[in-house]
Design a protein around this ligand. Sequence first.
Ligand SMILES: [Zn+2]
Length: 379
Amino acid sequence: MSTTKITNVILYEPNSSLHLQSVELLIDNDIISNIGNSLADSSDWTVDGDGAYVSSGWIDMHVHCYKNGNPWGMDADTIGCDTGVVCICDAGTTGYREVSKFFNSAKKSKTIIKAFLNIANDGLRYPHELSSPENIDQAATIEQIQHLSDFIVGIKVRASGSVMGEDTVTPFIKARCIADKTNKPIMVHFGNNPPDIKDILRQLKQGDILTHCFHGKPNGIIENQRIKEIVLQKRKEDVLFDVGHGNESFSYQKAKEAFELGFKADTISSDLHQISYPFPVPSLANVMSKMLEIGYSLSEIITSVTKTPAQILFLTEEFGEIKKHSKANLTLFKVNNRSITVSDSSRIPVVLSRQITPIGCLIHGECIKAKPVQTKETV
Ligand SMILES: [Zn+2]
């Protein structure tokens, strides 16, 4: 058994009486055994946190990290633990045919990997994945979800005309059936219509997720300077709205407009994949910094990458809160005041006055130092 002591960190845990206080943490193997000050030193290792914040481990709930010749997949640790992210959720790169291979390869990464299973049999291996009814095998998909129930946290549907072809209704009916039979949420990608956002949202219920909620295309969440009624109604029903930045799906202006209308995303995610990385999206922290600039509080931002995704994806045993006896899945980060220019998906420059910068993370108690992303951060 090895014990690690982390010193000189500021606890970022709104549920704790020690929130925003300088603390020490004792980690026994992969469990937090104590949090406080001047803890008795029985540790094998001491890590000096250098005044960084420590939060529950960050979860990026929309990435693409299945490689094996897939045109989308990134190296998991490059977009995960190397940038302070403890858990990444692949959003539908694989369907039932390849998910076992994905599960086996995922074990080799330090970063904890989960998957939304694409309802299309081959996931994103080929374009237009939902254009033919034969591309969805409900029974086989349900069987794989039941078989890999810890690994698969939900199902994924890409709802756009270019993916679905003419029939934009049947894939949803099948998705709803798969989700209800397996008790998993549906994550829906949306963009240009058809299908219309109203028709998509009507299919979603409590715990389902609409990703790319601030895309800058027509068919968005805002109409005539107001948040659409169906969006507000679905929020009341606990449908979740996720950022999913990506290469084409995040308009800083739209996100800001929504914020000014009182509408904030529930979860912040990067949609990192071969095309969006490293530009315009170098990391989850970059997306979090954009939301900070828009006006989200640091507390809202940290909650949106820790507690909220942990609850939606039924991962609260491992994530979501730092407390005694919880798993040592943690992220260390700082907030710097250096001004830089970054880009949104429309390639419109965004000046950030502050940046959320990962310092490192702990995964199952193992300390991993963050690496700077090799990208031009300016446009
Ligand atoms: Zn995606």
